[in-house]
Ligand binder design. Structure first.
Ligand code: PLP
Length: 396
């Protein structure tokens, strides 16, 4: 028989392996502790913070999908950033991070900088001169591509080559693509992280993260440190996340249909000052995204020409798209980055990153593509015409 593909192997992780009752779905192991054979002879597991069979299944599936040696599931996406920093940045070291990274990542690196742990340099990684200058003395380059919320694309291969030339490691936050649309380790990155809260779990009911290393030695150190720092994920969260992961491929295909319909509805609408989606041939990163990704993702940001008042009109009575943070779930979401996800950034940092008060970010869910397109068309009509309320835009 031909060798099974990566997705088939990953989605079936652990299925049919239960030896107690031959359950198809492996049970969740909630026990915090495990019996020793004798005082100096533990079994495979001893204490759940250090190791847990359910968490190990999730780790196996995620390492398989990203093509890494080791995956370490942790409590949150930001715990993955914390683990990354603690593992690879020496005290006083330099971290280069793109200026339009996730607001929580910015806040964490800014905090570390203020308390003297490290020095974070936020730069436009697509500005070759600024990036080269920032690299001097760096231990780590952290990129997010596509970026949040403006969906800028960074060339992972070129970034890795430049960073490696000065001895820095490269980590990619692959949350927006999931391993099904982009595999940074194959493009030269050393580490990949995800907020598994998003596409990987996909059902908006678990907060989690993972850090994946290409090399085994580094992966083993990460696993050791995640236990030492107390960052590892709970067994139940790992169980739910693996359950969500098993449908990732089907969800990603369906997200794409809705996203294309929404983009078509917004394209050329007079209320739109700028439409950010890497699938548009006019997007500055389109060609690069077409090369390094195998799909354009389901995040779309719309800069409304009427600024904040237009945002309020867009949101007024908007059905189906819940006004909430996060992304990548089965349900459609809308957020206002300046006051929500990116409120942790200083106003100056937001301005430098290009996050305006008129920007809304959509996470397109799995509802019918036709409904989603109609809803966005009506919301844009409202945003354009103050006081105009279309009859079909009924409140949820
Ligand atoms: N990275 C990205 C790109 C994110 O969007 C987020 C959260 O929104 C995080 C990291 C942090 O993940 P978590 O909220 O799971 O801590």
């Amino acid at each position: 028989m031909a060798e099974l593909g990566r997705w088939t192997r990953a989605m079936g992780t652990g299925l049919g392996t239960d030896t107690s009752w031959r359950a198809v779905v492996p049970p969740v192991h909630l026990s915090t502790n495990y019996v020793f054979d004798s005082p100096d002879s533990p079994g495979r597991y001893d204490y759940s913070r250090a190791g847990n069979p359910t968490r190990d299944l999730l780790a196996e599936a995620l390492a398989e999908l990203e093509g890494g040696a080791t995956a370490v599931p942790v409590a949150t996406g930001l715990a993955a950033v914390t683990l990354l920093v603690e593992a690879v940045v020496p005290v006083g070291g330099v971290v280069v991070c793109q200026h339009d990274c996730y607001g929580g990542t910015w806040r964490l690196l800014d905090h570390y900088t203020r308390n003297g742990r490290l020095s974070a340099r936020f730069v436009d990684v697509n500005d070759a001169d600024a990036f080269t200058d920032a690299l001097e003395g760096a231990s780590l380059v952290l990129v997010e591509t596509p970026s949040n919320p403006l969906l800028r694309i960074t060339d992972i291969r070129a970034t890795a080559a430049a960073a490696h030339a000065v001895g820095a490691l490269v980590a990619v936050d692959n949350t927006f693509c999931s391993p099904l649309l982009q595999r940074p380790l194959e493009l030269g990155a050393d580490l990949v992280l995800h907020s598994t809260t998003k596409f990987i779990n996909g059902h908006s009911d678990v907060v989690g993260g993972v850090l994946i290393a290409r090399e085994e030695d580094r992966g083993e150190r990460l696993a050791w440190l995640a236990n030492a720092l107390g960052l590892t994920s709970s067994a139940f969260d790992a169980y739910l996340t693996l359950r969500g992961l098993r449908t990732l491929d089907a969800r990603i295909r369906m997200h794409a249909l809705g996203t294309e319909a929404v983009v078509e509805a917004a394209l050329g609408h007079p209320a739109v000052a700028a439409l950010h989606w890497p699938g548009l041939p006019t997007h500055p990163g389109h060609d690069l995204a077409a090369r390094q990704q195998s799909g354009f993702g389901s995040l779309v940001s719309i800069d409304l020409s009427g600024g904040r008042p237009a945002v309020d009109r867009f949101l007024d009575g908007l059905p189906v798209f819940h006004l909430a943070e996060s992304l990548g779930g089965v349900e459609s979401l809308v957020c206002h980055p300046a006051t929500m996800t990116h409120a942790g950034m200083s106003p100056e940092a937001r301005a430098t990153a290009g996050i305006t008060d008129g920007l809304v970010r959509l996470s397109v869910g799995l509802e019918s593509a036709e409904d989603l397109a109609a809803i966005i068309r009506e919301a844009l009509d409202r945003a354009e015409a103050p006081g105009r309320r279309l009859p079909s835009a009924s409140p949820q």
